[in-house]
Design a protein around this ligand. Structure first.
Ligand code: ADP
Ligand code: ZN
Length: 607
């Protein structure tokens, strides 16, 4: 595209300079200077002069001609010529010249306009013959032998896999379905957060059905020039028809498929045209051609309803974040490609990675492999997985932070407080590990591993969480006294308060207020104002809400305090262990909790 533009630019530059040269050549055609001319006049050699401003076309008596120019306007020339009886012819001032100069001064503009019109024609025709500019679709094609992805490469989205597997059947034997007059679906919309394997799924459909796979991103359609996107769509479908049956995958369809008429600022005309073209093309093929469009988005809510109408993207397949079992399977898939040591237990890693997407897990495996390679290991061990997981979830270790022994001790007490309360309240997730190595924003971390993914929590568990959150601050308070409590607990307080507030206002866990919603659900974390400004509640209710939250926190705060007082020996022992090891694992915490000698960490627990 750029190449073509430069080509035309050079052509016009060359043309213009040629014209310039010609121009100079024709106008400076004076072969005789003015003084020679004057002397020829005196010598009676001249027959006729044609005067055009300063330019004089001279005809000698021997009928030879030349041109000369007056250096300044010579008013005596006329008298002189009359004296010598030379014919004087006037010319309409510069008539000819005027036209030429107009032409020359406007020519570059004409040229540029011409090129522009030509370009736009090209673009809008979407012609792929002549000099191809923007119109060629950017879709990348993988021919059917190149698509190696199968359903075996995907895990953790069983439902989605089942949903799309019927598409594979359609593509394999379209006739079987058409015989009964059934229409094969044209469009499938994969909906899900980034990195959950939507692209992978689309590719696997092509791989399983052994058909070519076209892929393009919605943003590839969006260009500066109106009409480019639309012609790209046209081009893409034209191409796909040649290779049907095939899959066209449009990633990020929300880039073009947003609701029409909602665009802000310029550029939405272009988007609308592109979207319209997609709709036209989709309506144009009858499904029998065997082209199936698969589009992906994580924002189905912003899509234009026209896209989702029957006959278009009428099938929606939800691809969600993998659950515990899904994560384990995804880890296993990616571990197939690297050499893994015997101590690696995928389920343990899966348990420590709630909320990870497939792409995150793939990244985790890769990071671990790189780490192992950096340490010249022959296989990736659990240690590398733990390290990369911590790096991804908690940020990199910041060992460079300079801390005094006193600070380290106070952090150790704080984290021990969390861990001990966490172990001793009912229904709490098991404490997996405690560390006082600063990471990311925090100075220490107590890590809990849920045994199952949390979809909902019960009241007991939530109350236990509140107690645990205060454990850190309470430990500092008990050891150093109220005056010495650090600000390190600010995040704990915030989390605990929010939790208590939601228990009261959203989840109906307050006996006094009952199971009513006292807030808007999507305004989770700043309920203060939304509640107090809410005109549906009386002042009394708002006061009650505050009291209930306070009460809930108070009860759990006191419980944590009691637990720590009763186990103050464990608190001291755990602090010592943390100062010694920096990180203690669940086995060491077991020892501490049963007041045994702390064992040394081993294997992957070692760090
Ligand atoms: P999306 O298109 O949903 O953003 P991708 O399909 O591009 O996600 O996923 C990126 C990479 O993450 C894939 O190439 C694959 O290695 C890995 N991945 C994501 N989801 C899964 C999954 N469900 N199973 C296996 N690998 C996955
Ligand atoms: Zn804390």
């Amino acid at each position: 595209m750029v190449k073509n533009l430069t080509f035309w630019f050079f052509v016009s530059v060359i043309l213009m300079s040629l014209i310039q040269i010609l121009n100079i050549y024709t106008t400076n055609n004076s072969n005789i200077n003015y003084s020679t001319f004057l002397s020829e006049v005196n010598q009676n050699k001249i027959l006729e002069t044609q005067i055009n401003g300063k330019k004089i076309e001279v005809t000698r008596k021997d009928m030879t001609k030349y041109i000369t120019y007056m250096p300044v306007y010579d008013s005596q020339l006329l008298n002189m010529l009359l004296e010598k009886n030379i014919v004087i012819i006037g010319v309409t001032p510069d008539s000819q010249n005027f036209l030429i100069s107009v032409f020359f001064s406007w020519f570059p503009i004409f040229l540029i306009a011409g090129i522009w019109i030509f370009l736009m024609k090209q673009v809008q025709n979407g012609s792929r013959k002549g000099a191809l500019f923007f119109s060629k679709s950017k879709a990348k094609m993988l021919s059917k032998n190149k698509v190696k992805t199968t359903f075996l490469d995907i895990a953790g989205c069983k439902e989605a896999k089942e949903d799309v597997s019927e598409i594979v059947e359609y593509l394999r034997e379209p006739q079987r379905f058409q015989k009964l007059g059934g229409k094969i679906p044209k469009g499938i919309l994969l909906v899900g957060p980034p990195g959950t394997g939507k692209t992978l799924l689309a590719k696997a459909i092509a791989g399983e059905a052994n058909v070519p796979f076209f892929t393009i991103s919605g943003s590839d359609f969006v260009e500066m020039f109106v009409g480019v996107g639309a012609s790209r769509v046209r081009d893409m479908f034209e191409n796909a028809r040649k290779y049907a049956p095939c899959i066209i995958f449009i990633d990020e369809i929300d880039a073009v498929g947003r609701q029409r008429g909602t665009g802000v600022g310029g550029g939405h005309d272009e988007r609308e045209q592109t979207l319209n073209q997609i709709l036209v093309e989709m309506d144009g093929f009858e499904g029998n051609e065997g082209i199936i469009l698969v589009a992906a988005t994580n924002r189905p809510d912003v899509l234009d309803p026209a896209l989702l109408r029957p006959g278009r993207f009428d099938r929606q397949v939800v691809v969600s974040l993998p659950d515990l079992v899904g994560r384990e399977e995804i880890l296993k898939i990616h571990m197939r490609k690297i050499s893994i040591a015997n101590d690696v237990i995928p389920i343990v890693i899966a348990r420590g990675t709630p909320g990870f997407s497939g792409a995150d897990l793939a990244n985790l495996v890769n990071e671990s492999a790189l780490l192992a390679a950096r340490c010249n290991k022959i296989a990736v061990t659990m240690l590398e997985f733990e390290k990369s997981k911590d790096k991804i979830t908690m940020g990199s270790e910041r060992r460079s932070i300079v801390m005094t022994d006193n600070q380290r001790e106070s952090i150790a007490y704080h984290e021990s407080g969390h861990a001990i309360v966490g172990r001793l309240v009912p229904g709490h997730d098991p404490v997996h590990k405690v560390t006082i190595i600063p990471r990311g924003k925090s100075l220490g971390v107590t890590l809990f591993l849920p045994k199952h993914d949390i979809f909902s929590a019960n009241r007991q568990k939530l109350e236990s969480q509140i107690s645990t959150l205060y454990g850190g601050r309470l430990a500092e308070e008990i050891i150093y006294g109220l005056d010495q409590v650090s600000t390190g607990a600010c995040n704990d307080i915030k989390t605990a308060t929010n939790l208590a507030r939601r228990m009261v206002t959203q989840w109906g866990f307050s006996d006094k207020l009952g199971p009513l919603l006292y807030t808007e659900e999507d305004k989770e974390f700043f309920l203060d104002r939304s509640v107090s400004q809410n005109k549906y509640f009386s002042d009394k209710t708002i006061q009650d809400i505050d009291e209930e939250i306070k009460l809930l926190i108070d009860i759990n705060y006191q419980r944590a305090k009691k637990i720590l007082h009763e186990n103050i020996d464990i608190l001291h022992a755990m602090k010592d262990a943390l100062i010694k090891y920096e990180t203690i694992n669940s086995l060491q915490i077991d020892d501490l909790m049963s007041r045994k000698l702390v064992r040394d960490p081993e294997g992957w627990h070692l760090r």
